[in-house]
Ligand binder design. Structure first.
Ligand SMILES: C[S@@+](CC[C@H](N)C(=O)[O-])C[C@H]1O[C@@H](n2cnc3c(N)ncnc32)[C@H](O)[C@@H]1O
Ligand code: SF4
Ligand code: SF4
Length: 316
């Protein structure tokens, strides 16, 4: 099969489009079953296959090489499912890109891929709260992974917490515990709901979400070198500016989402899949990119209309 037949572009994306960043679900298999996970929502390309039937590492590397050259990708965000279930793809895959970020659930041993790779390990609260979402004893397993990082490990390790309406009251306890580990810093992303999501994880509106945003702002002020969210990106989450930021979503324009679907990759609506409520999106990458663009939210429209000119060098 021709390599390009392995990539099904959709939602207005064209073969000549440039994307400085791509995100890949390198497997649809996962050893956890988290309550909040957008990957396994109905309608998303997420069918799990046995390891034997998944695309081989050689095939995936061939497709990614073509995608990198065709679309100008320099930063790859490796995700899944659980990307560390496909170390056979990660090892050659990270050689293809200038920079690589591997987001993992932290329950499997980390591999030192060198200083150009950042590991993002997900933890969604202190033990009891994390495990209610991520599964029994997952917190303990992640802390074992962190404790097992040897001296001289070159890849950086950061923790990412997805803030929800259910864990927003317990963030400082998590920060305090993570500060005692080998993790170098932390970021907070905010829950991205599907349309009509009225679960206990979702805030009904942006006003209600502000309690959680203010708490992260307070923690940022208290632990400025440890919490890496930009102050500006948190300010952009207010009900006045967030609708402009999500309306002119920069990741939608600059980030190519690659979801594994059988023997090819497909590009859903955005990195959070097909069924998303943009008006309540709190994805870290959305607000971080807007903050890095160095413009006011009102100016994002002009930036996007001008095909995001000075934005080629942005990195997450
Ligand atoms: C889908 S996971 C894939 C990588 C890996 N399995 C992990 O859990 O880190 C990537 C990140 O998305 C976050 N995430 C999952 N569902 C989300 C949602 N509905 N809104 C925002 N972030 C979400 C996870 O907590 C994790 O940090
Ligand atoms: S570990 Fe990651 S991919 Fe797996 S269910 Fe949880 S959030 Fe989703
Ligand atoms: S859900 Fe978020 S990342 Fe996806 S298109 Fe909407 S605003 Fe952008």
């Amino acid at each position: 099969m021709d390599v390009i037949e392995r990539l099904h572009l959709s939602h207005g994306r064209r073969p000549g489009d440039r994307f400085p960043i791509a995100i890949i679900n390198v497997t649809n298999r996962c050893n956890l079953k988290c309550e909040h996970c957008f990957v396994y929502r109905d309608g998303n390309p997420n069918e799990s296959q046995s390891p034997r039937l998944e695309m081989s590492a050689t095939e995936i590397i061939e497709v990614l090489t073509d995608i990198r050259d065709r679309h100008g990708v320099s930063l790859m965000l490796w995700m899944g499912g659980e990307p560390l279930l496909r170390k056979d793809v990660l090892a050659p895959g990270i050689e293809l890109f200038d920079r690589n970020i591997i987001t993992t659930n932290g329950t499997l041993p980390l591999v030192d891929f060198g200083e150009d790779v950042i590991y993002v390990i997900s933890l969604d609260g202190p033990a009891e709260i994390n495990d209610a979402v991520r599964g029994k004893r997952v917190y303990e397993r992640v802390f074992k992974t962190l404790a097992a990082i040897p001296q001289g490990f070159q890849s950086s390790v950061q923790i990412q917490c997805t803030v929800t309406a259910s864990n927003q009251h317990a963030l400082e306890e998590l920060v305090r515990e993570v500060r005692e580990t080998n993790a170098q810093w932390m970021t907070f992303s905010f829950y991205v709901p599907s349309s009509g999501d009225n679960s206990e994880l979702a805030w009904p509106d942006l006003e209600t979400r502000m309690g959680a945003v203010r708490e992260v702002q307070r923690l940022k002020a208290k632990y400025p070198d440890f919490i890496r969210n930009r102050s500006r990106s948190l300010e952009f989450m207010s009900p006045e500016t967030a609708p402009l930021v999500t309306k002119h979503c920069l990741p939608k324009k600059m980030l190519l989402p690659l979801y594994l679907e059988g023997d090819h990759f497909t590009t859903p609506y955005c990195c959070y899949g097909d069924d998303v409520d943009c008006s309540r999106c709190g994805g870290w990458v959305v607000f971080d990119m807007a903050a890095r663009a160095g413009v006011d939210p009102e100016q994002l429209e002009m930036l996007v209309a001008g095909d995001v000119p000075q934005y080629g060098s942005v990195h997450t």
